[in-house]
Design a binder for this molecule. Structure first.
Ligand SMILES: [Fe+2]
Ligand SMILES: [Fe+2]
Length: 161
């Protein structure tokens, strides 16, 4: 299991095995989102190159959407009874990121950048620990089917930074 450490002082949450939802592909997605949030925090603090802030923010938004699609495909295929509530959580975040992330290149440090990182860190912790953990027992019970669905639906769209 990969352990991702963060430099002291960073607010982005740290990956620990307790965050695992039991599906490697989805854990990897969560780790990628965590890394992107950490990179964004770093760039917002350093404020060296605005175009890098925006490219990381864009990547984060695209990766979150891809991750949501992956989870939703699995929950739908397996008949997860918490699907509707889960979709609301995903849509709320999608709306937030559509409103906030595109303007991020104009932010150079300061309170707004801090609030964005706080929101993202809190959201990821909530998303994994509380929301995604609800599907974990069902996905574990149908582990073989989960792998088949993931293999059949791997997206070919490259997500370059
Ligand atoms: Fe997730
Ligand atoms: Fe989710």
């Amino acid at each position: 299991m990969t352990i991702i450490s963060k430099p002291q002082g960073m607010r982005t949450i740290e990956w620990t095995p307790s965050l695992s939802v039991g599906v490697d592909r989805l854990d990897h997605d969560h780790q990628m989102l965590l890394i992107a949030i950490g990179l964004l925090e770093n760039e917002l603090m350093l404020s060296l190159e605005n175009n890098r802030i925006q490219s990381i923010a864009d990547f984060l938004g695209r990766y979150a959407n891809l991750h949501f699609a992956r989870e939703e495909r699995l929950m739908t295929a397996l008949g997860f009874d918490g699907l509707d509530a889960h979709l609301v959580e995903h849509r709320d975040f999608a709306k937030w990121q559509e409103n906030v992330l595109p303007g991020l290149e104009k932010v150079k440090g300061g309170a707004f950048g801090d609030s964005v990182i706080h929101y993202l860190s809190d959201w990821l912790a909530h998303h994994v620990r509380e929301v995604d953990m609800r599907y974990a027992p069902l996905f574990l019970e149908h582990a073989g089917e989960v792998q088949t669905i993931l293999r059949a639906s791997e997206m070919a769209v490259p997500l370059a930074l």
